[in-house]
Design a protein around this ligand. Structure first.
Ligand SMILES: [Zn+2]
Length: 805
């Protein structure tokens, strides 16, 4: 939804803004979308998708969409009935008409093309003729509502009604259609009457059946009308069984139908905006965190067979029925609302997380869910992630799935999340998409030129003048981002943050953004060997033609070779291309990555805040700061500061699994000389481990490795590490040889180490904590901690020290 408050602030700068005013400003909102007419796509794949859906909307015969509405109202209709989910016997019939109302409204608002307005007006006028005196308006009889209220089998009647009421609201708000609002108000009164006569328990029973976003639309209507009846009618759809665990930050989503739940979270955040009740906000935020962090695939989609699975089950849930498209459509809606609410993501260290996810799901899931070979934008329902899966699509009149419907909506509003503003003083640039922003009320135009993601640069040209704070999203996947204003570099922006450029802008100012992309292998949480290949944010899929696969293909990352075409690699005989461009053939997004998986991680600890220690290699071995770890000035950027009481850094399981050799190197400023603290300790308890302590009770620094407890330790001993000064320490171990380095120079070695790291099940991998519970925690600042699955040479270790790396 476009914030009407922004519209009011913006004034009628663009041609197609309807005279709609909101009675109530949203509570708790500090960022706003621009109205659709303010942003124009100027090329690239998003504009192409939009063109196909626009063509489909113009092609669609409105009388065919009205057929079942007219019959249900006792009116005659000679139109050819639609098929698929719109057939006259399908219980969901009528839902597509709601999607078309929304899509037409968005298409008209974006383009000003009156063909969309004419069709929308016709649809609204004809629907008015189908509305019953009691306000009921549907393509199926009201007896469906009796059935859902009494627990009898019926598909999802309120889900369908939601599509229609939201379509009417969009027709009113985006095109200024007054009749649409009149129909909607009468229909809202019917919803209120129908539900007010039920008990709370009866309503809760009814809410077990999918009811879509009707709560959201009613909250939106309340913001428009200020009528308290619309508020409490919206709250009739608060589903306790789902909302209560979320309010308590409990992930109880497993086993629930995914797309039934996402709109409940959207309604919750709109409930927060309408009422200021922070419980609603917490429900929405917690839900988003669970779904994005624990239930989403590499392409940003979620669900298998439409259901949420147990948290962190990904590799074990690859099928032909993964990633229903509606789910991502709704997750992006939720993400936008959360961005409005908390654009900087006050959740520490996660400033860019919302829009990083938006980009991931938009580019990898939804962009590629439309068939580019169909002039009408035919759309996927599921996006299979089984190895050997293939995308299948809808058609003109005989499909009409839910995802065909949300696909029409998605592809008529692709420009709505590129730019956001706060109070007309901040300009967020969130997406790198070729587009022009005509900033209402500021007399400023921003022209964005890019071929992202095929290139990793974008260029913004400002026309007009004035002061504002341009905040560029620096994605978490980039390394070495550079931003230049009129040719002058602005410093080193950190990944996962926003770079603020607060200045007085003048016409002709140019911002050049470079976001280098690296090849990365994103592991699944339930099987680190199962990985998706990414180049920057873009998931690459192996292209398998007509050849089905019965198991995950194997991939040796060392064989990945760029073809010379952007975003394309070969691995042996297999071509990898962007998944969003993968159509008409079988593919695999996930691979069984063989032994040469990069078991390398680098922790710079330069995140602004938060509990994630990002693996800067892009290999996905992110760590977690435990116990309230804070940050302090580091050897470069910031370091983590460990207090010697309960703080440590937890590194992922498997990081050295199978390694026959390794290097651990880090900068450390030891703050106390407690004995037996650990710089690092990787292992599985006090029986098998490898560790480095800065000081033993014998006054030595010690590396030890064992598979037989302390009595069987094999060791390298060196003088204890001094306190109070930064030192670079490194351990290398390959074959029987282990070497200990301090400040780039060897200080001790042992060439009789017969225990191998591969013999240790490294499930507890810690910086600053021992496998032995009685040992003290480390009191130190730690920076630039790195792990390699090979022994670095003396020259390489020396180089790390010399370069403060
Ligand atoms: Zn769907």
């Amino acid at each position: 939804m476009i914030s009407r408050r922004t519209l009011l602030k913006a004034g009628a700068a663009a041609a197609f803004l309807p005279p709609v005013t909101l009675a109530r400003p949203d509570t708790g909102v500090t960022a706003y979308g621009f109205p659709l007419p303010a942003v124009t796509l100027t090329g690239g794949p998003f504009a192409a998708n939009t063109g196909r859906t626009h063509a489909y909307l113009k092609f669609l015969n409105m009388d065919r969409l009205l057929h079942t509405f007219r019959l249900n109202a006792g009116l005659s209709s000679s139109a050819t009935p639609c098929g698929g989910w719109e057939s006259p016997t399908t219980e969901l019939r009528g839902h597509s008409t709601g999607h078309v109302l929304t899509a037409l409204a968005q298409a008209y608002s974006s383009t000003g093309d009156t063909a969309f307005k004419t069709q929308g007006d016709y649809l609204v006028a004809q629907l008015a003729l189908c509305q019953r005196p009691n306000g009921y308006l549907s393509a199926y009889p009201e007896s469906f509502i009796d059935r859902v209220e009494t627990g009898q089998q019926v598909w999802a009647p309120y889900y369908t009604l939601h599509k229609i009421v939201q379509g009417l609201l969009d027709q009113h708000q985006l095109t200024g259609n007054a009749q649409a609002l009149q129909i909607l108000l009468r229909k809202a009164a019917w919803v209120q009457a129908r539900n007010s006569r039920l008990t709370h328990a009866q309503r809760q029973q009814m809410l077990r059946v999918e009811f879509g976003g009707i709560g959201e639309t009613l909250f939106n209507l309340y913001q428009l009308t200020e009528d308290p009846v619309h508020l409490f009618t919206a709250q009739y759809f608060d589903h306790d069984q789902v909302l209560d665990p979320l309010a308590n930050n409990v992930d109880a989503l497993a086993g629930f139908h995914a797309n039934t739940q996402i709109p409940k979270a959207i309604a919750a955040i709109r409930g927060f905006h309408a009422t200021g009740d922070t419980r609603y906000r917490d429900i929405a935020v917690n839900f988003w965190n669970f779904v994005v962090r624990q239930h989403s695939y590499a392409i940003g989609g979620n669900s298998n067979g439409e259901y949420f699975q147990a948290p962190n089950r990904i590799a074990s849930e690859l099928s032909d029925n993964t990633c229903e498209c509606c789910n991502s459509y709704n997750m992006l809606k939720l993400t936008r609302q959360l961005f409005f609410t908390d654009p900087g993501r006050s959740d520490p260290g996660r400033a860019g997380e919302l829009m990083d996810f938006y980009e991931k799901a938009l580019f990898n899931h939804l962009l590629g869910a439309q068939n580019p070979n169909s002039t009408h934008g035919h759309h996927c329902y599921y996006v299979p992630l089984r190895a050997g899966g293939i995308k299948t699509y809808s058609n003109d009149y005989d499909n009409f799935t839910c995802c065909h419907g949300t696909g029409m909506e998605t592809n008529t509003k692709l420009a709505d999340s590129i730019y956001f503003t706060d109070n007309n003083l901040i300009l967020y640039v969130n997406m790198y998409v070729p587009s022009t922003l005509t900033w209402p009320n500021r007399g400023i135009t921003i022209k964005q030129e890019t071929t992202f993601p095929e290139t990793s640069t974008s260029r913004l040209t400002v026309t007009g003048s004035g002061g504002f704070d341009m905040r560029l999203r620096i994605p978490s996947w980039t390394t070495g981002a550079q931003v230049r204003v009129n040719g002058t570099a602005t410093g080193t922006p950190a990944p996962g943050t926003y770079l603020s450029i607060d200045r007085t802008w003048t016409s002709g100012d140019v911002v050049e953004i470079s976001l280098p992309m690296a090849l990365a292998l994103e592991p699944t949480p339930d099987n680190p060997s199962v990985r998706a290949v990414k180049h920057g944010p873009i998931v690459l899929a192996g292209q398998f033609g007509t050849g089905n696969l019965s198991a995950l293909p194997t991939l040796d990352p060392a064989t990945l070779t760029p073809t010379g075409t952007a975003l394309e690699y070969t691995a042996g005989s297999v071509l990898l291309r962007p998944f969003y461009k993968t159509h008409g053939q079988r593919y695999s997004v996930y691979w069984n990555v063989t032994g040469s998986t990069p078991r390398e991680a680098r922790y710079l600890f330069d995140e602004a805040s938060g509990t994630t220690a990002v693996d800067a290699t892009g290999n996905g071995w992110n760590g977690t700061l435990v116990g309230g770890v804070t940050r302090t000035a580091g050897r470069s950027g910031t370091a983590v500061l460990l207090n010697g009481v309960n703080m440590y850094v937890n590194l992922p399981t498997g990081i050295l699994a199978g390694a026959t050799a390794f290097t651990v190197a880090t900068w450390i400023r030891l703050d106390t000389a407690a004995t037996w603290a650990r710089i690092f300790d990787f292992g599985a308890g006090s029986g098998a481990y490898l560790f480095l302590t800065p000081r033993t009770s014998a006054g030595t620094m010690r590396y030890a490795i064992t598979t037989g407890g302390s009595a069987a330790e094999q060791r390298i001993e060196a003088p204890a590490l001094a306190t109070g000064a930064w030192a670079h320490v490194a351990v290398t171990h390959t074959g029987n040889l282990g070497v200990l380095y301090v400040n780039g120079a060897e200080v001790a070695r042992n060439n009789a180490l017969t225990v191998r790291p591969s013999g240790i099940n490294t499930t507890q991998n810690w910086i600053g904590r021992s496998q032995y519970a009685t040992d003290p925690y480390l009191t130190a600042a730690v920076d630039n901690f790195r792990i390699h699955s090979r022994a670095l040479s003396a020259a390489e270790v020396s180089q790390l020290h010399a370069n403060s790396q």
